[in-house]
Ligand binder design. Structure first.
Ligand code: TRP
Length: 339
């Protein structure tokens, strides 16, 4: 058994399309912070099994898998201290997902709001995998007996389900405490980064307007242009954060500034009170260049050397397997599988 006093962090990002500022601030940057905490072991996955719950182009999937890995590395995830790997390289995820499918209840999954949002009116035509997505996510986490899971707030419900599944497994198979109940790590000043052209929508990789988001593969110049073109209004910066509620685009830029500078939104508003966006936007652009420029440059360097990324992912899969296999073996024994 591994050292239980240790915190074990697991998280994943889907290799579905352009990674953007929202993925960086909401997930990847926090992966690095957690890695740097004492007594914390971090396992970061590129979740390609999740990606195929909706149709994917095989060549693009492969390229985007490397892109997510490059983003982890460029942001500062250290492949020696942390484990970085691709989900489909560790078969324990799929095996455990099957077992957990037989633990989770239909009614629990039917309550998942993300499935309803993603499937829309076409639920009958969506893949069974899309419905089952949260069970696979539980398997990801429990395959490593992870104790802490950094996620965006849209994943809160899925994490609750993971806890329910873990608890139900422990009760059904009379193995009290076998799976720890994973704790979400949610929050931070910009857990939710919004669309630069419409502050009521999340920044999204699928929005047709490229200037609605900052891609991690953008050049620094393009990023600066997008910040300067971001939608705002003609009012000056207010004195209080409360006054941003009716100004979602401004609120979003303030959140981004806060996240990049390590300040609270209150501090940012206080610093710029009364200023117009002719003042605020260039300052935000400078800050973004300083905070993100090195990651963007490093990402381009990694992407120019896919063989290096592949070697890191292969070594990561070996390490992930070494952790997962004994846990899977114990799980199968608890279920009563012959071996
Ligand atoms: N569903 C997560 C998302 O879209 C990605 C994910 C898959 C994940 N498996 C996970 C996150 C396990 C945390 C832990 O953001």
């Amino acid at each position: 058994m591994t050292n239980v006093s240790k915190k074990r962090v697991f998280s994943g990002v889907q290799p579905t399309a352009n990674l953007h500022l929202g993925n960086y601030l909401g997930a990847i940057r926090r992966f690095v912070e957690l890695q740097n905490e004492p007594a914390t072991e971090c396992i970061y996955c590129v979740v390609d099994l999740h990606a195929i719950t909706v149709p994917q182009d095989p060549e693009k999937l492969r390229a985007q898998t490397r892109e997510v890995a490059a983003a982890y590395l460029a942001a500062g995830v250290d492949p020696v201290r942390s484990v970085i790997f691709v989900q489909s390289n560790v078969s324990a995820h799929a095996e455990l997902a099957w077992i957990l499918n037989c633990v989770a209840r239909m009614g629990w999954l039917e309550r998942m709001t993300q499935f309803k949002d993603k499937a829309g009116k076409n639920a009958e035509r969506s893949s069974v995998g899309l419905f089952d997505y949260p069970v696979l996510m539980a398997a990801d986490i429990l395959t490593y007996k992870a104790t802490h899971v950094p996620v965006g707030d849209d994943q809160k419900q899925h994490l609750e389900l993971s806890r329910d599944i873990a608890a139900r497994f422990n009760t059904d198979f009379k193995v009290d405490g076998f799976f720890p109940l994973p704790e979400p790590i949610i929050g931070g000043p910009a857990a939710r980064v919004m669309n630069l052209q419409d502050g009521t929508k999340k920044m999204s990789k699928s929005d047709p307007a490229d200037n609605s988001r900052i891609n991690l593969t953008d050049s620094v110049d393009v990023m600066v242009k997008k910040i300067k073109k971001a939608k705002t209004d003609t009012l000056p910066m207010p004195a209080h954060v409360d006054e941003l509620k009716s100004r979602p685009e401004v609120d979003n830029l303030v959140s981004i500034y806060a996240a990049l500078s390590g300040q609270t939104k209150e501090q940012v508003v206080a610093e710029f009170v009364g200023a117009g966006f002719g003042v605020f936007k260039p300052r935000l652009a400078d800050l973004a260049v300083e905070a993100l420029g090195p990651t963007m440059t490093s990402m381009a360097t990694y992407l120019a050397d896919p063989a290096q990324i592949d070697a890191i992912l292969r070594a990561g899969a070996d390490r992930a397997n070494a952790i997962a296999q004994p846990i899977l073996k114990d799980t199968k024994a608890a279920v009563g599988f012959w071996s």
